[in-house]
Every structure is written in structure tokens, then in C-alpha cells.
Design a protein around this ligand. Sequence first.
Ligand code: GLA
Length: 389
Amino acid sequence: MELDALIEQTQTAFARRYGRAPKWMAAAPGRVNLIGEHTDYNDGYVFPMALERYTMAAAAPRSDEVFHCESEEQKEPVEVRLNQRFQPLPRGSWGNYPLGVVAGFRERALPVPGMDVLVHSSVPLGGGLSSSAALEVAIATLLEAACGVPLDPVEKALLCQRAEHAYAGMPCGIMDQFIAVLAQRDHALLLDCRSRSYEQVPMRDPGVSVLIINTQVKHALTGSEYPTRRRQCESAAAALGVPALRDVTPAQLTLARDRLDPVVYRRARHVVGEIERTLQAAEAMRQGDWERAGQLMYASHASLRDDYEVSCRELDVVVEAARAIGVEGGVFGCRMTGGGFGGCAVALVRTEAVPAVQARLEAEYQRQTGIRPALFVTRPGRGAWVIRG
Ligand code: GLA
């Protein structure tokens, strides 16, 4: 959906629900990670870009001290009194994202006024495209406008990450919130998750397109497996006597193999290899060497599937179908993206081949899984901004 249409829909829906126009409006993008998976919480590098899919947050003041938030995509409204203490909602409630952000503003003694909020999004929900970070960052940007206090971008991303940890109960890294805040149109972001320094890498070659393939499956494992992977990485770093797996080279890891539990060793091998691949892929993309970037994407997928064990059959089917089309057919590379266990794959495709590639991937995926995938092409979108306020 076009951005203008999404903004207009949000305004119309706001007026319908609340009987007045919004005073403040903000937006934040979903993201796709090109490469650098499960590296952020190991102090490594990630290479995401924003989607041209956004979450809108609109609000108007209320006369009392109530924060009331509804969503076009969710049934239950969320409401808290700002002059009282409040707690996270039960696990899995969407309202934990906005509430966690409100809590972050209050912890910083920023005076959130009473308001009616409406959220509306074109980011597919629960599809591994960071709809949750888009929601957090959209709300934080809205609150910046409403409080009249702009936050430092890095502090804003960290506030949103904290909301996800403390309210949604997901111990995520910093990638999703950082790209939602810092993205620039037509650029991917090479982020050093340790120093938090970053480079905006241009991605404006019209001959190459980013294709997202949504498997339309979400396996229930995600919740418990993510914290387990984090712990395994921490135990590998501890056994190797370093602060994080970022500090280990592939050669050092090989030497230490006997000292590590075999599963922990494979987890670490993914992370250490993936950090190198991410730097190499960013360099390949700077040079416009799409074939090299594509090979690194396939290697990333294999490592996530075999060593990190966060892929699933549906994602593997997409990646193998892409590989079968090959560079001759217009696909440079393909891999799962995000946390795993379902969600989306991302492919780099020669622009003129996009319709044919899309048709072939869709047919092959459906033939092998019986599920209809959702595919879309996106350019790198922009980071969060205030639309009104
Ligand atoms: C999720 C988390 C991110 C990151 C990815 C895996 O999206 O929110 O912080 O760890 O998984 O790369």
C-alpha cells in the first residue's frame, strides 16, 4: 500500500473512532535483514534495511490522564492511568509494546500527556519483519512529538528494546529497533552492535530488487528457542574467556572445539562465521558484486539451518527453489531473515526477472507445502519520522 494512502486511512479511521482529528502522527518501518542473523546479541554486525511498509501511530489529547490505545489490526484496546503505576499485560498481549514504551518515557521523567491513540500498519504482523519494533518505534516517535522532547536516536532505540524485554518478555538484540529508528531511504545499514557505530550503505542499483517471500507459517518454537540460543552463545563466550562471540576468530574457535559442548560449538560456529559473512556481504554490495553477496546469503542460510537450527522446512523450500532458479534465472541469493522458525525469506533478484522469479517461487512453494506464500518487492524505506506534531 502506498504511504499516502496509509496515512489517509489512519486519519479517517482515527476520526471514525474518536470523533476528532489527530493532533500528532508518527510512523516507523518494518525491516528485513539482508545478512547478519543472530549476531546482534553477540556484539557482532548486522545488515538490515527498512521496508516500504510502515506502522502509523496517531493521537489526540484527552482531558484526563489516561493513555488509551487502539489498533486497526487488533481487537482489544489498551488503557492505563498515567498517574498510577502499571504492570505488563499477560504474555502475548499486543498492548505490551505501546505500554512498554510509555513506561520508558515515564522512567525518564518525560511527561506523557493523556491521549487517545490509534495504530494502523502495513507491516505484516508476526511474519518476522519486525512489526513489533515498528510499533514500539512509532509509539516512541509519537510520544516525542506529544511531549515536545526529541530523544537521541540511539537512546530511543534502546528505550524500545527495553520495552520489548521488560513488557513483551522477548530478550531481543538491538537490530530491529535500530533500523526502525536509523534507516535512510535507498540505504541498508551496516551496524556494529558493540560500538553502535554504523554506516549507511547505498542500495540504489535499479537493476537489483529485494524480494520478500512470506512462508505464512510461524512455528510455536520461537518463544522458547530464542532465549536458549542466547544462553548457548553466552556459555560459549564464557568458556572461551571472552566478553562475547564477537571476540573470537574462526581459527580460535576451531582450536577450542574440544572444550565446548558439541551443540554449543555449532551455535558459536554459526555466529563467528556469520559476523565475517556480514562484513564481506556489505563489501560486496558496496562494489555492486551481487553474485558474491548472493553466495554469502546462501552460506548464511545453510549455517542457520545446520549449525544454529533456527530454519524450518518451509524456509528451506523457498531457499532451495531460489537456488534452483539460479543466477541465470535472475536470483543472486536467498536466505531466511529474522529470528527463524517460519516468517520470511529474502532474495536479491535481477529487476527485469522479478515477475518470472516471483511466479516460479510461488508455484514451487505451493507445490511442495500446499501453502500460498505472500511475495512483495521493496526498496529500502525510511526510518521513523513525525508526520504531524
Ligand atoms: C529477532 C530479534 C533481533 C535479532 C534477530 C535474529 O528479530 O528481535 O534482535 O536477534 O531475531 O537476527
